[in-house]
Design a protein around this ligand. Structure first.
Ligand SMILES: [Cu+2]
Length: 269
């Protein structure tokens, strides 16, 4: 009887583990990108350092607490009916186990605050600002020709606008090693502008002027997507990010404007 019960228990546990594994696997597939994120901006690197610091502290706490627990379980297990020596209250111990967590909380708070202040910096006037318009269900990236950062011509007029469609994801092109400001706009519902390798996302809220600044440090192709359920085709709101050198960026701008400096509006690229 007991054996049958145990078998049923084992079978049920196996089923639960299998379901949990499938659920975990489906998360990996659902989120466009697999593997660990690679911090490609100054800001992302600071966020990653904070994450590692927090993880290390958590690991130390885990090892110490579990170690003490296992030690107590083994050392004071019941051997006979005699009770081990009973102690009640220890001022030193109580100070230690109150003091250490307080110090940990202070350290985490201070470090988080410093990183937050560094990450949520504001753009300088000369930095490039890219307007990011989220709409149901894609993105539009707009560059003002007189606001293109380093090689910008203040007298230039017009803009480059890249609009994504359901059939084609748009590509957001940015130069490396320059602060870029993203200005997030929406005319319909709340979206969220998320590029995984920035280790950062910010909501795109109608009527709110949400901005953030990054400096990319690695060229390459990356992915972004809307990270706020915004309607039926939310999942179609994916886009590409291309980080290029300044020369390649200037070339791209020239291509988009046909070298004339006129404004260019094009569908996804
Ligand atoms: Cu969305």
């Amino acid at each position: 009887m007991a054996v049958t019960g145990m078998r049923r228990h084992v079978r049920r546990s196996l089923l639960l583990v299998t379901v949990a594994l499938f659920a975990l696997a489906s998360i990996g597939v659902a989120s466009a990108q697999v593997g660990t994120p690679k911090p490609i901006t100054d800001e992302a690197r600071k966020i990653e350092d904070l994450w590692i610091f927090t993880l290390a502290l958590a690991a130390v706490v885990f090892v110490v607490v579990e170690g003490a627990l296992i030690y107590a379980l083994v050392r004071f297990r019941k051997r006979n009916d005699e009770l081990p020596a009973q102690t009640h209250g220890s001022t030193v111990l109580e100070f230690v186990w109150t003091g250490i967590p307080v110090l940990i909380v202070i350290a985490l708070f201070t470090y988080s605050f410093i990183v937050l202040r560094d990450v949520e910096n504001t753009a300088a006037a000369e930095d490039m600002t890219i307007e990011v318009q989220g709409f149901q269900f894609q993105w539009q990236f707009t560059y003002q020709l007189n606001d293109l950062g380093v090689n910008s011509d203040p007298a230039a007029s017009g803009e480059i606008s890249v609009i994504g469609t359901a059939a084609e994801e748009p590509t957001l092109v940015i130069p490396i090693d320059e602060p870029i400001e993203f200005r997030l706009l929406s005319n319909d519902v709340i979206h969220s502008f998320y590029i995984r390798d920035f280790l950062y996302k910010l909501d795109v809220v109608p009527g709110r002027d949400n901005r953030f600044v990054i400096t990319a440090r690695e060229t390459g192709d990356y992915f972004g997507q809307c990270a706020e359920l915004c309607g039926l085709n939310h999942a179609l709101m994916r886009f590409k990010l291309k980080v290029v050198t300044r020369d390649e960026f200037d070339l791209w701008v020239a291509e988009q404007t046909g070298g004339t400096g006129d404004s260019a509006v094009r569908r996804a690229d």
